[in-house]
Design a protein around this ligand. Structure first.
Ligand SMILES: NC(=O)C1=CN([C@@H]2O[C@H](COP(=O)(O)OP(=O)(O)OC[C@H]3O[C@@H](n4cnc5c(N)ncnc54)[C@H](OP(=O)(O)O)[C@@H]3O)[C@@H](O)[C@H]2O)C=CC1
Ligand SMILES: O=C(O)C1=N[C@H](C(=O)O)C[C@H](O)C1
Length: 275
């Protein structure tokens, strides 16, 4: 018997990531786009598929009516999924609304605070609803992070440089924060001081994550998303680097997350947990 399609609502559907997701969902044989939400005024009522560059319309208009779209998706026979690529200021409320309607959130938007993530975990647990928060959907980044965790057993000194396009709202990137957390999970404190440092210009040494790891954020037009993790020891440097050249690199991870979130009953954080 043919498997019924997963109803998907994309929020941030007119944005850089949202348009890619609309295309990927439209082309996935087991999914159907039921809603395309975005607040951009100029894109209201445009067809989400045409806006994403598909040759045929999907007959799904862009709208800013999240609540009514979630209510609509909740009436589908199959459990629905909401995928969020919006803005750090709006993602928390969007996720709360989705869970309230029994729609499973898959969150790509970065910039949630630790307290907000904990609250979302509590809501999801209480509602027995699957939820995924994935700071980075690319397989290359998962591999980089795994290599970094391995290297961190042997190096005591490490710094992270993340480089992004200059339309990015949050810094440091969600991926850099997650990478530092992963390195810190062994309970090791990195970068023991060698001299007393003075910053002649505030911020010169980057931001200091809990684990003692410095994160440096570069924002320039021409970049998409890039990260280096640089380990240093006497007489050697070990550099791990990931570069994205097209946002299509995130789509296999996004489609996997949409399928996997339906099997969950609580919050799971990170693509590596569902591979
Ligand atoms: N996890 C991952 O692998 C990745 C995560 N990201 C993250 O995804 C997020 C989005 O990135 P990107 O696509 O580049 O950003 P864009 O600014 O290109 O797109 C965001 C879109 O969301 C819309 N939007 C903002 N707030 C709302 C809201 N409350 N309801 C509906 N729509 C809204 C914006 O509209 P408006 O014009 O009105 O602001 C805009 O069209 C960022 O946090 C980024 O860091 C990006 C790439 C990969
Ligand atoms: O804003 C982006 O573009 C990206 N954001 C995510 C992050 O903050 O880590 C993921 C990726 O780096 C692209």
């Amino acid at each position: 018997m043919a498997q019924a399609s997963i109803p998907v609502v994309v929020i941030g559907a007119a944005g850089k990531m949202g348009r890619e997701v609309v295309k990927a969902v439209a082309q996935a044989p087991d999914m159907i786009l039921v809603g395309a939400i975005d607040t951009t005024e100029e894109h209201q009522d445009k067809d989400a598929g045409e806006l994403a560059g598909l040759s045929e319309p999907l007959e799904v208009p862009i709208t800013n009516q999240l609540e009514s779209m979630l209510a609509f998706a909740a009436q589908e026979k199959q459990p629905g999924v909401m995928i969020d690529f919006t803005h750090p200021d709006s993602v928390y409320d969007n996720v709360r609304s989705a869970i309230a309607y029994g729609i499973r959130p898959v969150v790509g938007t970065t910039g949630l605070s630790p307290q907000q993530i904990q609250n979302i975990a509590d809501f999801a647990e209480k509602a027995s609803t699957g939820c995924l928060i994935i700071p980075n959907f690319s397989i290359g980044m998962v591999l980089l992070q795994q290599a970094a965790v391995t290297a961190s057993q042997y190096f005591d000194h490490v710094e992270i440089i993340e480089l992004h396009h200059n339309q990015k709202a949050d810094a440091p990137s969600g991926t850099a924060i997650q990478t530092a957390q992963m390195l810190g999970e062994m309970g090791k404190r990195f970068n023991p001081a060698v001299v007393e440092e003075t910053e002649k210009i505030k911020g010169a040494r980057g931001s200091l994550a809990d684990e003692g790891i410095r994160i440096h954020s570069v924002r320039l037009p021409g970049l998409i998303a890039h990260q280096e993790v640089i380990f240093g020891a006497a007489g050697q440097i070990y550099t791990l680097r990931h570069d994205t050249s097209d946002r299509a690199c995130y789509m296999p991870g996004v489609l996997l997350a949409i399928r996997k979130v339906l099997q969950l009953k609580s919050l799971v954080y990170g693509l590596e947990k569902i591979l």
